[in-house]
Design a protein around this ligand. Structure first.
Ligand code: ADP
Ligand code: MG
Ligand code: MG
Length: 912
């Protein structure tokens, strides 16, 4: 007989069917509830229904596998036994929570219902048992509220309206003359419950369900259904979580934080996750239930500050639990707990989300504390490589800040929840932020709200910073901001926000939607107006040298981490730089060479000469004009070689279409230009217009550019090559071991390469003879059109190195113009036509395939062919990892991305 498939996993009384390794099946929450049970921590008993059931439910019109019902019944009676109470009993009722939990945490995206099993009879039993009527009715009104909104779909109709339940509660508090719901009497709560039910009946037309079994299945269905709600889908798309994973549902015995003043609910972190400082910390509320802390209904108290006085035993238990967890998981934990009459119950643990600052500090500290190895510290899940860039972000300029303070621009102070500096125009609604962004992608906004909810996610991504009036360091706003790396201040209680009026008042100051504010996420300070910023500590130490390493703990840990990364990685990291100052900066960030110097950037400083060259109608005249550029180019290259010392420098020959330097657009923007140009080359303005007409191209990116320029106008290539080698010889004479690598752009045919190579080598030979100095150099090519990748074996017969120009390779492989894809890429992503933006992350299947073909073809001809990448992708972690996988020797990226690329390269090298 085939054994029945197991869909339900029980936990309780020190034993669990599952464990931490079973996240795929049980979700993160379920797996960790099982794990905590197994390691002896106090967890209320319950069971987890697997993610497979979720997928079944989604695929089968909201039906369950037939075996599920009896498995749930068995698990429920186990739970009843462990907890010594009975679900639905009229004397000793067990209440349940029904909780979502996917493989990766999706904070607040899906649903949870608490206090399931209450009706008019069980509520009386609960009151009698607890000898506390107010508690029982508080639990009941919470249940009706959560069940009403989650299962029965009661929501406010308009964004400016309050939640219908909150509205009723608000009135009840007002007429009772109390501030908090915990102050309402049993009778008042009874009335609230009755009003809730009435509102539900009015809006949905149905009576509130009284049968506990119907209630629990309703909640289970709602939890599985919440996997496919709008905000969960958006979240998954944003964070690259596959829709096929599904969520598990956890059904668990309730414990009560709302039984009285020796009870509490809270969330905690085993260390601070904003800056990374050690020590257990978190938020709690006395006499409250779970969601209250996170939702920012009352501003919670700080565990590390007052829990020791409010509940000394519970505080001690929590600290011990924190240590046990860190030692067991070897990672900072983010926990949810409830204190019921002095005893701590664990409701959740997971690896904590943290800012880039905290990530680096915690990883390095855990190594120094002996909990993990250096290699573990580098794991991407501990420090996503991208987050490292937060350490390189600007902060507010201290003097500007002091001035603003003196001028009375410091408005208020809240809780610093996400470090960094942000300025922007006040925006009160996430949806308005989205609209503003659609109109202007560069719009600068600070989202200002009483509190945030998962619906605000998209608006939060757009804003430079987030400011809330309520909520603590573990509120939704704080959590999500930390994950997004956003500047964030929460619990800024001096703010008086009026959504209807569209104003934010602080004392006598009234700010309106659209007014500028600045927020300092390090200190929690909120300023009126737009404040200037100054560089990060790491930048101060490395680049500006305005701080010594000893003065910055952030820098010290950054340095330690980067050393470990450099030990681990096998790929080199170069930079894209055209000027000595950029090169200096890149070296300070750890660059080991230049992977791309765009020579045309130098041309923009000498437009007169280049325009003269463009306008020339004969080779002679052109050569005269081009030769005027030689000394400038030589000087620029020499500066770059000096800055880079003995490191390799890849110089790409002129690449852009000539109309970037001279077109009708230039003439219309500068009315006197045609006249001036005509005078300087001895012709008429009409002739200038005519020449520009000739140069016009319908599709310049696929036109006369790249090596096609140097082939038709060999004088340009000759001049550039001569400038490179003359500069190299000059600098070599100064005692620097230069390594120029001359790169031919946009090659598709071997013949194109050979044509240009010949000119370059002839110039090298001539310069070496003239100067009596020889330098080692390479001539290679960019691989940026599909034909080059496909014919790489042929091209490598002559080319000594390849550098994948993945910007153009993506454009040409996808037939998608980088200048025009904005019109549809957003729609494509929202409709899951393509996942990541291919211009940010390498399209592995297509462009990546071409790169692989290029690598294999090239190396099949020339075993020691040097391979790199110089597209924008060279600083994006997933793409860097791909480059490692296909065996590139180096990646090259902008100076500020170099640390990110070093870390990503190390992370990939350490993966199996
Ligand atoms: P989320 O995934 O949004 O955090 P949870 O399922 O963790 O939702 O539930 C939110 C909160 O509800 C928990 O942090 C906890 O405080 C409370 N809660 C959940 N289950 C129980 C329970 N069995 N007893 C007491 N409180 C609970
Ligand atoms: Mg939770
Ligand atoms: Mg290109």
């Amino acid at each position: 007989m085939a054994t029945e498939q197991k869909y339900v996993y029980s936990f309780g009384d020190g034993k669990a069917d599952g464990g931490a390794t079973m996240k795929n099946l049980l979700g993160g929450k379920g797996a960790n509830l099982a794990e905590m049970t197994n390691i002896g921590l106090p967890v209320p008993a319950g069971f987890t229904i697997t993610t497979e059931v979720c997928n079944y439910y989604t695929d089968n019109k909201q039906q369950y596998p037939p075996e599920l019902k009896s498995q749930v019944e068995t698990a429920l009676s186990k739970t009843e036994k462990v907890m010594g109470a009975e679900f639905g009993s009229k004397t000793n009722p067990l209440l349940l929570s029904c909780r979502s939990g996917a493989r990766e945490s999706m904070p607040g995206m899906m649903d949870t219902v608490l206090n399931i099993g209450l009706n008019d009879e069980t509520v009386a039993a609960l009151a009698k048992q607890a000898q506390n009527e107010a508690f029982a009715w508080d639990s009941y009104r919470r249940f009706i509220q959560m069940y009403g909104s989650v299962v029965l779909g009661m929501k406010s109709a308009d964004k400016k309206d309050e939640d219908p339940f909150e509205e009723i509660l608000h009135h009840a508090k007002q007429s009772a003359g109390v501030q908090y719901d915990s102050e309402l009497s049993a009778d008042q709560l009874k009335q609230v419950a009755a009003n809730f039910k009435q509102a539900i009946k009015k809006q949905t037309g149905a009576d509130f369900p009284t049968d506990p079994v119907e209630q629990v299945w309703g909640a289970i269905g709602a939890v599985f259904g919440s996997w496919t709600n709008d905000r969960a889908i958006v979240y998954r798309r944003d964070y690259g979580i596959p829709h096929e994973w599904g969520t598990a549902t956890n059904v668990q015995a309730m414990v009560y934080g709302n039984l009285g003043d020796d009870c509490a609910t809270g969330v905690g972190l085993t260390r601070d996750c904003s800056m990374g400082l050690p020590g257990f910390n978190g938020d709690y509320l006395i006499n409250a239930q779970g969601e209250d802390v996170v939702a920012g209904i009352r501003t919670p108290k700080r565990i590390e500050k007052t829990l020791g006085e409010d509940a000394p035993e519970a505080f001690q238990q929590l600290q011990n639990i924190g240590k046990t967890l860190e030692h067991h998981y070897k990672e900072v934990q983010d926990i949810e707990f409830t204190v019921q009459r002095g005893k701590v119950w664990m409701l959740q643990t997971r690896n904590a989300k943290r800012t880039g600052f905290a990530a680096v500090r915690i990883a390095v500290d855990l190594v120094n504390e002996g909990l993990i190895t250096e290699q573990q510290a580098l794991e991407p899940r501990r420090i996503p490589a991208d987050d490292l860039s937060q350490l390189l972000q600007p902060i507010f300029d201290p003097t500007t800040k002091a001035e603003a303070q003196q001028q009375g621009k410091l408005l208020a102070k809240g809780i610093n929840a996400g470090p960094g500096a942000a300025s922007g125009k006040i925006c009160f609604h996430a949806a308005d932020a989205e609209t503003a962004f659609e109109e202007d992608p560069n719009v600068q906004l600070v989202l200002v709200r009483r509190e945030t909810s998962p619906e605000d996610l998209r608006g939060m991504r757009i804003a430079n910073g987030i400011l809330t009036a309520f909520g603590g360091a573990s509120s939704h706003a704080a959590l999500v901001s930390r994950q997004m790396g956003k500047v964030c201040i929460v619990g800024c209680s001096e703010l008086n926000i009026d959504y209807h009026e569209g104003t934010m008042r602080v004392g006598d100051t009234v700010l309106r939607e659209g007014d500028w504010i600045s927020i300092d996420g390090f200190t929690g300070e909120v300023f009126e107006g737009q404040l200037a910023t100054s560089p990060s500590e790491v930048v101060e130490v490395l680049i500006h040298k305005t701080k010594s390493p000893e003065e910055s703990e952030t820098f010290q840990r950054y340095q330690q981490l980067m050393k470990w990364a450099d030990n681990a990685r096998t790929m080199a990291v170069r930079t894209n730089a055209d000027q000595p100052d950029q090169a200096d900066e890149a070296i300070a960030f750890g660059a080991e060479g230049i992977g791309l110097c765009r020579t045309e950037h130098m041309f923009f400083d000498h437009l007169d000469e280049i325009r003269e060259m463009i306008l020339a109608r004969s080779a002679d005249v052109r050569k005269q004009a081009v030769d005027k550029l030689l000394p400038f180019q030589r000087e620029d290259f020499a500066g770059l070689f000096r800055a880079m010392q003995n490191r390799p420098v890849t110089i790409r020959l002129l690449d852009p279409p000539l109309n970037e330097f001279l077109s009708h657009r230039h003439l219309s923007e500068q009315p006197e230009l045609a006249e001036t140009l005509a005078k300087s080359i001895g012709t008429t303005p009409e002739a200038i217009h005519q020449r520009i007409d000739e140069l016009h191209e319908e599709n310049p990116m696929l036109g006369h550019r790249g090596c096609r320029l140097g082939i038709v106008f060999p004088e340009i290539t000759a001049m550039q090559a001569r400038a490179v080698f003359e500069a190299a010889c000059i600098v070599k004479k100064e005692g620097i071991d230069v390594h120029p690598e001359v790169m031919i752009p946009l090659v598709g045919f071997l013949t194109e390469f050979k044509n240009q190579e010949e000119i370059v080598r002839a110039q090298a030979k001539a310069v070496f003879e003239e100067t009596g100095i020889t330098v080692d150099y390479l001539v290679g090519t960019m691989i940026e059109v599909p034909r080059a990748a496909l014919c790489a074996d042929q091209i490598a017969t002559a080319a000594e190195f390849f550098s994948f120009g993945t910007n153009d390779l993506t454009q040409t492989a996808l037939g998608m113009s980088r200048d025009d894809y904005g019109g549809f890429i957003g729609f494509y992503q929202e409709n899951d036509i393509i996942g990541a933006d291919p211009f940010q992350t390498i399209d592995r299947d297509g462009v990546g395939r071409l790169m692989k073909i290029g690598v294999e073809g090239g190396r099949s001809t020339r075993e020691n062919l040097k391979l790199g990448i110089c597209g924008e992708h060279g600083g994006e972690p997933a793409s860097v990892m791909f480059c490692h996988e296909i065996g590139l020797d180096y990646v090259s990226c902008s100076p500020r991305r170099v640390p990110v690329a070093r870390l990503a390269a190390a992370q990939r090298a350490l993966m199996p």
